[in-house]
Write a protein that binds this ligand. Structure first.
Ligand SMILES: Cc1cc2nc3c(=O)[nH]c(=O)nc-3n(C[C@H](O)[C@H](O)[C@H](O)COP(=O)(O)O)c2cc1C
Length: 190
């Protein structure tokens, strides 16, 4: 069988509600280590607080992944010569969506997203806000036109999720599909 090139994935967690999406993504993605070489993680400062408030769990520690501070512009993700295949921002606040859409690379998350777009690599943004105002919608349009993928944190119900983890997984499974990783998950029509 031909060997598949393993992917390097960056996961940014910003200060929107929905830390569970990031938690579930990290759990699932670690189980796909046959397809993944490197995982890099960045939290915004608000995201660190929201993670603890919503999940009542300590922040993940660097074991089989690298964790970078959001002000670390020496991190490889800040440069176009990095070897990351995809970046996921989950959950994405309207603040980070606005900074990316306007090229304001004033922290590592916005700079790394800017790099992914300029290098024409995969950027998946998972916004969490409701309702949207026109500024939010225009910013999401700009990111889409620049090549990013907006994958809203909108769970689906047709799988009959039985608990909050299963509900969050309906979004997380879509993200994993969009990255191009193979996994067993239930999709409409299966
Ligand atoms: C508890 C809490 C929940 C928040 N939830 C959201 C949210 O769901 N969506 C959003 O766009 N901003 C939300 N915010 C506001 C953002 O954290 C704030 O705009 C921040 O500046 C975003 O920057 P960051 O993404 O770099 O953390 C929330 C803030 C707090 C304290």
């Amino acid at each position: 069988m031909p060997s598949i090139k393993k992917k390097n994935i960056a996961i940014a967690i910003s200060g929107a509600s929905g830390a569970i999406y990031a938690q579930r993504l990290l759990k699932k993605i670690k189980g796909l280590d046959n397809q993944i070489d490197k995982i890099a993680i960045v939290f915004s400062e608000n995201a660190k607080q929201i993670w603890q408030e919503e999940l009542h769990k300590p922040l993940p520690v660097a074991q089989d992944m690298q964790i970078f501070e959001n002000n670390d512009f020496y991190c490889p993700l800040a440069s176009g010569s990095n070897d990351f295949d995809a970046m996921i921002i989950v959950p994405a606040s309207m603040g980070i969506v606005g900074r990316i859409a306007n090229g304001i690379s004033d922290d590592l998350i916005s700079r790394a997203a800017d790099v992914m777009l300029k290098e024409r690599r995969k950027l998946i943004v998972v916004p969490r806000e409701t309702p949207y105002n026109l500024v939010h919608i225009r910013n999401m349009e700009t990111i889409t036109l620049a090549g990013g993928i907006i994958c809203p944190a909108t769970p689906s119900f047709y799988q009959n999720p039985q608990n909050i983890n299963e509900l969050a997984d309906t979004v997380v499974d879509r993200i994993i599909d969009l990255v191009g990783l193979q996994q067993k998950s239930f999709r409409w029509g299966d």
